[in-house]
Every structure is written in C-alpha cells, then in structure tokens.
Design a binder for this molecule. Structure first.
Ligand SMILES: *[C@@H]1O[C@H](CO)[C@@H](O)[C@H](O)[C@H]1NC(C)=O
Ligand SMILES: *[C@@H]1O[C@H](CO)[C@@H](O)[C@H](O)[C@H]1NC(C)=O
Ligand SMILES: *[C@@H]1O[C@H](CO)[C@@H](O)[C@H](O)[C@H]1NC(C)=O
Length: 363
C-alpha cells in the first residue's frame, strides 16, 4: 500500500539531476542528441518558445494531465506533439493560453538546457508529515529542502565535536542532526541507549548559480524558495476557491455485490499554501522519521523529487513552483491509513486540477 501512495523511482531523481547538471554538456552536445533532433529543437525554440516547463514525477501523475480537457496536445502541423531526447519524451501543447512542455522528472536540467523555458511548474503526490492535513489536500510549500545530504558522525563524538571537513567550510552543524539513540526502544540495565550509528547531520546542497557572472562561485542552499509571485497567486486565487474531488468510485467484484461503490473522504480536500516541503532519495514509510522531519524542519510535504527540481531551477535562475497533493501520513497512524491506496488516484487528479488552474492564471 505504501508503494502506491506516492512515486517510488528506482533511480534517485536527485542524483540523476545532479549528474545531468554535472554532465549536461556531454549529454546535449555529444552523441546523445542526433543532428536531426538538434535541428528540431532549434526550430521549436525559434518559432514557438518560450515555454512553461511542466515537470511531473511519474506516469501515474502525468496520465490525468494528458487526459485533462484543459490540455491540448500540439497537432503536429507546425509544432510536433513531442520530441524524444535521451530516452525521454518532451510533449508539447497548451494549457489555457500557455505553451507548455510536459516531461517526467530526472529531466529538468535537460529541459532547461535544450529548450527555451520561462518557468517551471512541478507537480505530483507526496507523503504527508502534518497530522492536521488530510489525504487529497493539495499543498503548495513556500520553501523546499533536500534532506538527503548528511555528514554521518563517528561513534563517540558528540554535538560539540567538529564534523569531518567542517573547518574547510564543506559541512555545518547549524541545521541539526538526527541522533539514532533518541529512537532506541530498549535501554539496558545501566540506562545506556547509545547507538553505534551515532548521528547524521543535515547539510545544505551546493549550487553554482549560472547567472552570478562568476564561474565556480559556490553557494550553499538548504531552503530553496519557490517563485514568490506564483506562491502569492496560489494564496490569493486558488486557496479556498478551487473545488477538489472528495470521492472515488470503486468497481465492484462482479460477484453479486453492487457494481460500483462510492467512497468519500471525511471532508472535501482543499488547496493550501504551506511553509515547507522536503525531498530525499528515501521513501518515508516510518512514523518516527516523519515526526522528526515535521519537528525539526516544519515540513508538510515529503517526496523524492521536488528539491532536485528546485535546486536545478535555482542554479539556472528559472522561476519555479511545486504543487503536491498529499497522501496519507507517511508511516501511517491516521484513520485514513487503510484507504491511502484507494485515494491515491484522487490525489493525483487533485494535483492536476490545481496545476491546470495555476497555469491558466500565469498568462
Ligand atoms: C547522541 O546521543 C548519545 C546518547 O545520548 C550521546 O552520547 C551522543 O553524544 C549523541 N550524539 C550527538 C551527535 O548528539
Ligand atoms: C549497557 O551498555 C553499555 C554500552 O554498550 C555497556 O558499556 C554497559 O556495560 C551495559 N550495561 C549493562 C548492565 O548491560
Ligand atoms: C467471486 O466469487 C468466487 C466464489 O465465491 C471467488 O472464488 C472469486 O474469487 C470471487 N471473485 C472476486 C473478484 O472476488
């Protein structure tokens, strides 16, 4: 069930993106892009750009968008319906008045490198870390962090001991740690709960902003803000205004039971601007860790992709916003836990509803 709750990609999207960030020159200008495709890309940019990039987590979340009557795929007489580059498909079309390119994650860097992109809208479903929210609520966080870069401290060292390479400026203790001994369930007779895993300290990512004018200028980034104008637009125009779906129709088993049954959430889901979300190459199905993320970082949405898209957008200086429909509490522990699987498609639909409304407002 946890497997259907939100996307699990075998390859770390964050690492893939960072790899692409490091090697995009090779991917783009090497053997990866045949000359005929490169010509098509140049033509598409010249005649039809700039586009809004719509970056989606996986096929489960992309399908409802492709089926949406608000999305019109390119017809092909001028703009092709899609271009395949480096094993992925870049789909062209319009949502409202906006020309969009839709692509699945892992490709945000390639999208920005190849095409004329004026902004990125990312969407999908996410684990929830806020017990006051419900399955199907659509969260739009103001900040995103990658919470998967750690300095794993040696056993025996404590909070006042410097980390390896900390004095070089590579690592910091300012963001705090997770101490494994805090989660020990048994303590021995002398009250010792020490854990050989000691503690991991959370570290900011490094970015080299492309618009800084100075190459190799390193900046540390932990909380990456989304585009403030887009965030305000969501707060003003969508929060409290968009009507989201709250029921799913479940097909009967054809054994004399009702053909279909309708299952509804306790209340109608809402769009909510929230403060924070985080991502890592980690599928969180653990209540203790979910609680840690909530208490330490104040996050609502927990996923595996958005921070990578946020960091790439920051690196490239491209405006970015992410829309994440929440599934059940990551790690379980709410009344709706047993129904997370049933409501995952509804969450994906709700994310698409909000994304389409948002894009229509961006004109
Ligand atoms: C983790 O907790 C143990 C046991 O309380 C303590 O000895 C150790 O110093 C702590 N480590 C850090 C980094 O806080
Ligand atoms: C409790 O654990 C500590 C650390 O492993 C060990 O040094 C100590 O001997 C243990 N005490 C008992 C009573 O088992
Ligand atoms: C329908 O009923 C039969 C006999 O009770 C059972 O073997 C079968 O698994 C049921 N099919 C479904 C889809 O529940």
């Amino acid at each position: 069930m946890s497997g259907t709750r939100r996307p699990f990609l075998g390859v770390s999207p964050v690492l893939l993106l960072l790899f692409l960030a490091a090697s995009c020159a090779v991917v783009v200008f090497g053997a990866g892009v045949p000359e005929s495709t490169a010509r098509s890309i140049r033509r598409v940019n010249r005649r039809h750009g700039p586009f809004l990039g719509v970056v989606v987590s996986n096929a489960f979340e992309m399908e409802p968008l492709l089926r949406s009557p608000r999305f019109s795929p390119a017809k092909g007489n001028q703009l092709p319906p899609y271009l395949d580059v480096a094993g992925r498909r870049f789909r062209f079309g319009t949502i409202g008045e906006q020309k969009v390119i839709i692509v699945m994650t892992g490709l945000a860097m390639l999208l920005l490198t190849l095409f004329d992109i004026k902004g990125i809208v990312h969407f999908g479903i996410a684990g929830n870390a806020d017990p006051s929210r419900q399955i199907g609520d659509v969260a739009v966080p103001r900040y995103w962090a990658h919470t998967g870069l750690w300095n794993w401290q040696r056993y025996g060292d404590g909070p006042n001991d410097e980390l390896a390479f900390e004095s070089n400026g590579d690592y910091t203790r300012s963001l705090g740690n997770l101490n494994f001994s805090d989660y020990t369930t048994t303590t021995n007779a002398s009250g010792n709960n020490n854990n050989l895993l000691n503690a991991v300290w959370y570290e900011p990512e490094e970015v080299f902003p492309s618009n800084s004018g100075t190459p190799e200028l390193r900046r540390h980034a932990f909380w990456v803000p989304v585009d403030a104008r887009h965030y305000d637009l969501v707060a003003r125009e969508l929060e409290g205004h968009v009507i989201l779906e709250s029921c799913v129709v479940v097909a009967g088993n054809g054994n004399g039971t009702a053909a279909t049954t309708t299952t509804c959430l306790p209340r109608r889901p809402v769009v909510a601007t929230v403060e924070r979300g985080c991502s890592a190459s980690v599928f969180v199905d653990n209540a203790a860790y979910r609680g840690f993320l909530r208490n330490r970082f104040g996050v609502t949405a927990v996923d595996m992709e958005t921070a990578a898209v946020a960091l790439v957008s920051m690196q490239q200086g491209t405006p970015f916003i992410a829309v994440r429909a929440l599934s059940d509490l990551a790690g379980g522990g709410s009344a709706g836990s047993n129904e997370a699987g049933v409501f995952a498609p509804l969450a994906a639909e709700n994310a698409v509803t909000v994304v389409v409304e948002l894009i229509s407002l961006l004109n």
